[in-house]
Design a protein around this ligand. Structure first.
Ligand SMILES: Cc1cc2nc3c(=O)[nH]c(=O)nc-3n(C[C@H](O)[C@H](O)[C@H](O)COP(=O)(O)OP(=O)(O)OC[C@H]3O[C@@H](n4cnc5c(N)ncnc54)[C@H](O)[C@@H]3O)c2cc1C
Length: 378
């Protein structure tokens, strides 16, 4: 019988924890490394919720990958008995002629996604928490809701450990080095370990860990802010997540406990991060002005004074599409990075694709638009 493939996972955050689960479930001997511990909030994950949605505002090519992720979210939830996602639905709204709304409408036509168009009268009755302007389109994404990021990362990592993975916590990897003739060495402050292959998922630290990477991943500081309603919502009120397209795009997610709504703005409002090790987690009052403005304009039921703020990091490539696949000239090192604001919903699919690439050398998932093979090397 062939021996188990020994695989390192560098960074057991959003994507890495899922890669560890999928690799361990598929028979690999897995060692994960993280500079912190699974479920921490110092990187891209955290803040209670992330939107899961089937309707795509940026690029409909994500739809098949989201469908694969959807199946795996259900599987992880069933295997562990934890409520990782709650499918509340998500409203996608904005001017009908907005390019992102057009991407949504085209994606529905192309992929037959489960949805409902909500007219102005129905909005007033069903979703009085939103103000919708004339000429705006509102579509309810029925296969949508929120994911719990801390719980999802910890649950995937724990499931991987149950299946035999070892996770080295508080162990920053200093170097991932290909070995002549095949294999990879992982170097940390305490020693060097040898593997058949490595999945590298360091999120915002990708430039730090792989300084010679031929692609740029720019890191941004993203603020989440929580707001309370003026009145308690009715017990039977529908409280979907939502995405608002238009001149100031933003999104919102009801808190799992039902008490607050978390809002986030688009990348245009994020500040660049020079060094992920020195993230400024203090939010200045002027950074909240756009939040206050969108609450006043679009969400009349919320008090515009936030009750909580948090800061996270997101990595963006030049095209905003993630990098998925082997490093140039080294098939044993598979990189997954630069997931911008899209990565959480996709994470189990990306973990499974990493396992495909490492264990089988190819994947049947449609990753042509994100694969490292298709990228120009600078
Ligand atoms: C505020 C905010 C809101 C978002 N909302 C959504 C949303 O609603 N829906 C959605 O789908 N996506 C959303 N996203 C995007 C999503 O959260 C990210 O795309 C995703 O979390 C990125 O995952 P990752 O695994 O690449 O990075 P991370 O989750 O940051 O994981 C990287 C891990 O690598 C570890 N690490 C780094 N360097 C090393 C090293 N040298 N050695 C060891 N370990 C290392 C880190 O400690 C970390 O645990 C949002 C992002 C932010 C910031």
């Amino acid at each position: 019988m062939a021996s188990k493939k020994r695989v390192a996972v560098v960074g057991t955050g959003t994507v890495g924890s899922q890669a560890a689960w999928r690799l361990a479930a598929r028979g690999a001997e897995v060692v994960g490394y993280d500079r912190f511990a699974p479920g921490h909030d110092r990187s891209a994950a955290g803040g209670e919720t992330r939107v899961f949605r089937s309707l795509q505002t940026h690029d409909s090519r994500y739809v098949p990958l989201v469908r694969h992720a959807d199946v795996l979210w259900e599987q992880l939830q069933a295997e562990t008995g934890r409520e990782l996602r709650r499918l509340t639905g998500a409203l996608v709204m904005g001017p009908a002629d907005d390019p992102q709304m057009r991407t949504v409408v085209d994606g529905i036509a192309e992929h037959g996604l489960d949805h409902e168009v909500i007219d102005a009268e129905a909005m007033t009755k069903r979703f009085p928490q939103f103000r919708v302007d004339d000429g705006e389109l509102v579509i309810l994404d029925r296969r949508a809701g929120f994911i719990r990021p801390e719980l999802a990362v910890q649950t995937a990592a724990r499931r991987a450990e149950e299946l035999g993975a070892l996770i080295r916590r508080y162990t920053p990897v200093r170097e991932v080095a290909p070995v002549a003739g095949g294999g990879v060495e992982i170097r940390t402050d305490t020693g060097t370990e040898r593997f058949d292959a490595a999945v590298v998922t360091p999120g915002p630290w990708v430039g730090d860990l792989l300084p010679g990477l031929p692609w740029q991943v720019n890191v941004y500081r993203a603020i989440s802010a929580w707001f309370l309603p003026h009145e308690d919502p009715a017990a039977d009120a529908e409280r979907p997540a939502f995405i608002r397209c238009g001149d100031t795009p933003f999104y919102g997610i009801p808190s799992p406990d039902g008490l607050a709504v978390k809002l986030g703005l688009s990348q245009a409002h994020h500040q660049p991060v020079d060094d992920p090790n020195r993230l400024n987690r203090t939010v200045a009052p002027e950074e909240l002005e756009t939040f206050t403005a969108v609450v006043r304009r679009h969400l009349p039921g919320l008090n515009p004074d936030p009750v909580r703020v948090s800061v996270f990091m997101e990595g963006y490539t030049e095209s905003n599409l993630p990098l998925v696949g082997p490093l140039p000239g080294c098939d044993d090192i598979v990189l997954l990075a630069g997931f911008s604001g899209q990565g959480f919903k996709l994470a189990p699919a990306m973990g499974d694709i990493a396992a495909d690439l490492v264990l089988e050398g190819r994947t049947s998932q449609p990753i042509d638009f994100v694969t490292t093979h298709a990228r120009t090397v600078a």
